[in-house]
Design a protein around this ligand. Structure first.
Ligand code: RRO
Length: 308
C-alpha cells in the first residue's frame, strides 16, 4: 500500500510521524526517529534557552490516554539548528517545532531555524503547561500578530499547531485569522489543556507541576481531535493540508483522521508508550484497513466522511 503523502509540496515516505514532544528532545531520540519507519522527524518545540522543564513526575500514562506537564524541556534553538543537517541525512522531512516564552522569541528562533533549512516549520501556538502563560492559540489577535511576523521571515512551508477548539465560532475565528496569515498547513490538535487525573487510592494528583493539571492525550481525546480536523478541513474547503494529531492508537484511528480530512497523522502517547516500533505496527494496520475497504491510496478517502 502506498502510504506516501505530500504536504505543502514536501514528500513524506509515510503518513505517520511523531508528534512534537514525543521522543524528540535529545539528539539520540531524534536520530532514533531518523532510523525508524516514522515518515518525518519532528523536533521538540524549541525555546531560546535550553530548558530542563517542569519538576517530575510530569508525564503519566493510563489506559485511556496520558496527562503531561513537561514544561517545554528542550535543547534550545541553536542546538536544534545545528542538528538539522544531520537529521536531513535520513532522507525524510525534518519539521522544526518553534515555540517561545514571549512574542519576541518566535521571530528570533524562526530566523535562525529557517536558515538551517528544515523541510517545514511547525509553529506551536498551544503549549498548555507553562505556569502563568496561557495558550497563544486561544488569543486570536496575538496569534495573528505572531504568525504574520513569522510569515515574513520563514521561507520553508510553515504551519501552526493549534489547541483544540470547542465551538464552531472559534473554528471560524481562527480559520479566518490563519487564512489572513498565509499558513501552509495545520497540525490539529495539541493536548487538551489543563485536565486533571486523580489517583483515588493515594488520594493524590498523578503529576507534580501545576497542582496536577496537565495536557490530555491519547485515546480519550480522539473525538476532540477529529472534530477539529473536520471543522478546519471544511473551513478551508479541503484546500489546507492538515496533520491530524490526537488519539491515534491504531491504524483505524488513523483512517478516521484521514476520512475527516487529515493528510498525515502524528503519534504522541502511543509513541511514548511503545517506542519507535509503533510506526511499523501502524503502517501494517492502516494498510490492512485500506485494503479491506478497497482503497488504493490515502488520497482516495481523504475528507470523504459521509453524513447520515
Ligand atoms: O512541553 C510541554 O509541556 C508540552 C508542550 Br510544549 C506542548 O505543546 N504540548 C504538551 O502537551 N506539552
Amino acid at each position: 500500500m502506498d502510504l506516501t503523502v505530500d504536504i505543502a509540496g514536501v514528500k513524506f515516505p509515510s503518513c505517520f510521524m511523531n508528534a512534537s514532544g514525543a521522543l524528540c528532545v535529545t539528539e539520540d531520540e531524534l536520530m532514533a526517529l531518523g532510523g525508524s519507519h516514522s515518515g518525518a522527524i519532528v523536533t521538540k518545540s524549541m525555546t531560546i534557552e535550553a530548558r530542563q522543564g517542569n519538576p517530575m513526575p510530569r508525564y503519566h500514562g493510563f489506559p485511556g490516554g496520558s496527562i503531561n506537564s513537561m514544561g517545554l524541556p528542550n535543547l534550545g534553538y541553536k542546538a536544534y539548528a545545528a542538528l538539522i543537517p544531520a537529521l536531513k541525512q535520513f532522507g525524510k522531512p525534518v519539521i522544526a517545532s518553534v515555540a517561545g516564552l514571549c512574542e519576541e522569541d518566535f521571530p528570533t528562533i524562526a530566523q535562525v531555524i529557517n536558515h538551517a533549512k528544515p523541510d517545514l516549520i511547525e509553529v506551536n501556538l498551544s503549549c498548555p503547561n507553562i505556569p502563568g502563560k496561557p495558550q497563544i492559540g486561544y488569543d486570536a489577535d496575538t496569534s495573528e500578530r505572531i504568525v504574520k511576523r513569522l510569515r515574513k521571515i520563514v521561507t520553508v512551508p510553515m504551519g501552526v499547531k493549534l489547541p483544540p477548539y470547542f465551538d464552531p465560532a472559534h473554528h471560524k475565528l481562527m480559520g479566518d485569522v490563519l487564512a489572513r496569515c498565509g499558513v501552509d498547513f495545520l497540525t490539529l490538535i495539541n493536548s487538551v489543556g489543563n485536565g486533571l487525573v486523580v489517583n483515588p487510592d493515594a488520594e493524590t494528583v498523578v503529576i507534580k507541576p501545576k497542582g496536577g493539571f496537565g495536557g490530555l492525550g491519547g485515546a480519550m481525546i480522539k473525538p476532540v481531535a477529529l472534530a477539529n480536523v473536520r471543522a478546519f478541513w471544511k473551513h478551508f474547503h479541503g484546500t489546507m493540508p492538515i496533520v491530524g494529531t490526537g488519539g491515534v492508537v491504531d491504524g483505524v484511528d488513523a483512517f478516521e483522521h484521514v476520512l475527516c480530512g487529515a493528510s498525515a497523522v502524528q503519534i504522541g502517547t502511543v509513541l511514548v508508550e511503545e517506542g519507535v516500533q509503533v510506526f511499523e505496527r501502524l503502517e501494517h494496520e492502516l494498510t490492512a484497513c485500506l485494503e479491506k475497504k478497497g482503497y488504493k491510496t490515502i488520497e482516495d478517502c481523504r475528507g470523504k466522511l459521509k453524513g447520515l
